[in-house]
Every structure is written in structure tokens, then in C-alpha cells.
Design a protein around this ligand. Sequence first.
Ligand SMILES: *Cc1c(COP(=O)(O)O)cnc(C)c1O
Length: 500
Amino acid sequence: MGSLDSNTPTDHAAGQFNPLDPEEFRRQAHQMVDFIADYYRKIETYPVLSQVQPAYLHSQLPHTPPYRPEPMDAIMKDVQSQIIPGITHWLSPNFFGFFPATVSTAAFLGEMLCTCFNSVGFNWLASPASTELEMVVMDWLAHALKLPSSFMFSGTGGGVIQNTTSEAVLVTLVAARDRALGVHGIDFLSKLAVYASDQTHSTFSKACRIAGINPANIRSLPTSVEGGFALSPAVFQSAVEEDLAAGLIPLYLCTTVGTTSTTAVDPIGALADVARDYGVWVHVDCAYGGSACICPEFRHHLNGVDLVDSVSLSPHKWLLSYLDCCCLWVKQPGSLVRALNTNPEYLKNKPSESSSVVDFKDWQVGTGRRFKSLRLWLVMRSYGVANLQSHIRSDVRMARMFERLVRSDPRFEVTVPRLFSLVCFRFVPKRARGPGQIERANRRLLDWVNGTGRAFMTHTVAGGKFMLRFAVGATLTEERHVLAAWKLIKEGADGLEERS
Ligand SMILES: *Cc1c(COP(=O)(O)O)cnc(C)c1O
């Protein structure tokens, strides 16, 4: 077969077109690996935050697909000149926004294998290794986190890889909903009430709407600066009591270990103690903070996890595994399966009918699923828990250093105690009068820093206070990048003070 570009449409019609010629694959994939390695090597030369304007790409690309094949060289030229300028470089060592999305060679290789097999493991038979490796890897990570055996396949529970936290919350909410409706009857759907703090990720209320929870019964419970933005068990209990008195059925509590805004930690043990008295399902969302709990010095944040019903953690944030990978453990897989199972004729098979296997399609929203456990398996085997712990500790060390730098400059203040590798802080210009002026100065500082392309960070508002978020932990970040970012922030502050 000739090179792709010499193929004519007639060739294709004649059946000579081979979209997966092994030798062609070898040649092009090697080139692509070189491109990727070069991209990682020179990633610092790009502005971290993409500087393009909306719809920038529309005017540069044709509006219809090519009829004739194009050579890979031409496509890659466009990647360089048209796609890369529109990328916000999450893997840049100068990326300090949101939470980092960390990666590794091991996970990339695992992803290559996953894509290579393209097995669609909806049930055990469809790809036994896909299901069984996922079970092993979920138990491994549960061990690393010291989760009780009630969450492991080797115990009485089990885990599954979802795409994102949104799905983990949705499927557990639906399991809890159907369990409750099984007791009370379907007519009680509008009476179900759910709880979370006002710091809970916005995906929770979205999941509630999708699951048909009455919007009037979604409680966003207040937190405070003094309480470290954690949900108070007393506040939770009085909300539950109030709802019971109003004839509602308390259903589900979504707690968080490491909130997105400021990394606050809810006291999950004390909350679960209250929840147990009312039969409320307790979920722990530790998308980001959970990864730190593989280190003994952080594990206390999960104290009380033995009392909850489900836990989700996204290794695509802080455990080097590329998007997307959200691990969900449940104590009662049966409640998930009862809510989500399907049994069409075309998927029926002996192992499933004998109930001797796990069919992960019954643990998730969709049917098709990728062989994602390969990424986590390669990460855990290639690095060992020891190196994963060092990776967490090194990020925390750099965040601590940044925190010290902020404290060393009287024009700045740390606004929330640092727990993990996120530092929340703000600029308090000498001449600023009132919260409005301070907020405006911080917005200007943020825009200035991000506009330089030399570093990127984001902001939040907590307790009514506008603050900057400096999230350390992009995989390529070293101390020198943190120091350079701090210098840049101070330069921005100097400029603002001169102009004011
Ligand atoms: C990032 C984050 C989410 C959303 O996570 P995805 O798994 O990426 O969808 C949910 N909850 C918390 C606490 C988060 O930090």
C-alpha cells in the first residue's frame, strides 16, 4: 500500500484503504512520540494561559472536511501553528490554576495500551482482563489509602473507575434514591432531601437535578471562616431535624475532603455518626485531597471513612494518571447494581447469569467503557507507593515555601490556613480603602499575571472575600518555577501600587 496521500477515493471504494496498517502505524506513531517529547521539553516557551480570542480557530480552518486524504506532515504543521496557540498549557510548570491535572510517563504508556486494545469492557465476558484488573487496581488503591476492607472486593464492597466525580456522585445518589424509594414507594420522590455544605462542588446540585431530586429539597448548608469552611455536624443535624418535621425524607449527604475553593475538610466521622441515626447515605468527595491520604501524615483527613457509604477520588488530579479517571468505592455494590443494571438479550452470557462475575456496565451511567485501569496499574507498579508519596510531599513542600514567601511580604496575606498544596492569599495594597478596593486590586493583579503568559493562577470567593488561588503541583513544576511566579506576582503588585 502506498502512502496515505497517494490514495485516491477510487482506491478506497475498491477496498484498498487500510486505516490500521501496522507499518504505517509504527512510522507515524514514532513521529508522534517525538512530537510529544519535544512539546514537553519546550512547554515553558508557550504562554501558560492561551492568549487567543473567542472563535479564533473558525476563521483559520476550512468549513468542510477534506474530500481527499491529507498527509500527516500537513496536519502536524497545523497543530503547531493553529492548535497550540489556542491551548492553555495545563502541563506547564508555570500552571498554578484550579487544581493541577498531573501526569506521568507510566500513565501515558498505560493509556497507549488502553487505546491499543480498544476493548469495550461493559461486562466480564467482553474483556475479562479489563474487569479483573480494574478490581485488583481498585483494591490496591484502597489499600494505599488504608480504606477499610468494607470498600474492597477482597472484603465486602468494591470499586469502579468512573470518568469524573460528577458521575461518581450521580450513580451513588441514584443508588441511595432507589434504595429509599424501595422502602417508601415511588410517590415519595418529591419528599427526598439531600445535604451538602455551601463549599461543595457545583456538580452535586447538578447530579441532584439529573436524579430528579426536588430542587426545593437540596440543602446547601452554611459554613464559616472560623469553622475553616467545614460542615458542622450540628448544622447538618438541625437541617435534617427540620426536614423530618416538615415530612421530608433525608436521603444523602455529600461531604468533601479538600474542597475545590479552599481545600476545606469536612469532619466525615462526626457527620457520618449523625447521618447513621437517620439512615442517610454519606458520600465522601475527595477528588483532589484524597490523593494526599496515601501519606500517613495526611491520612487523618479520612478518619471516620469506615462509617460512610461511598468515597470518590480522582487520580487524574493529583495521582499522575492523565484525564479521565475517578475512582469510586462503595460499601454495597448491590445498591448500585440494583439501580443501574440492564439485561438486554444481546448482552446475555453464562458468566453474567451465574452471578460469578462483576459486570461494570451496572456500576455506571453508560454501557461502553475503556480499559482505564491499565493507567493506574502502570502508575502504581512503575513508581510504587513510596514514589507516589514523595510526589505528594514534594508538592506540599513547594506550597509551604510559597506560603512562607507570601507571609514574608507585609503587602500580602494568607487568607485560609493551607492544608494541602493550595495556597489561598491576597494582595492588600497599603493605600487600599475597604474590601471593594482590595478586591479590585486583586482582580487586576490576577489579570496582569495571567496576561504575561509567564504563570497562571485562578481565584475564588470564600466567606465573602475575594482571594487568589495558587495551586502547586503541575508535574513539571520545580522550586524555581514557584520562586519565579512569586517574583512575578510581586512585580505585578509593585506596578499596581505605582499606578494607584
Ligand atoms: C475537581 C473537583 C471535582 C470535579 O472533579 P472531576 O472528577 O474532575 O469531575 C469535584 N469535587 C471536588 C472536591 C473537586 O476538587
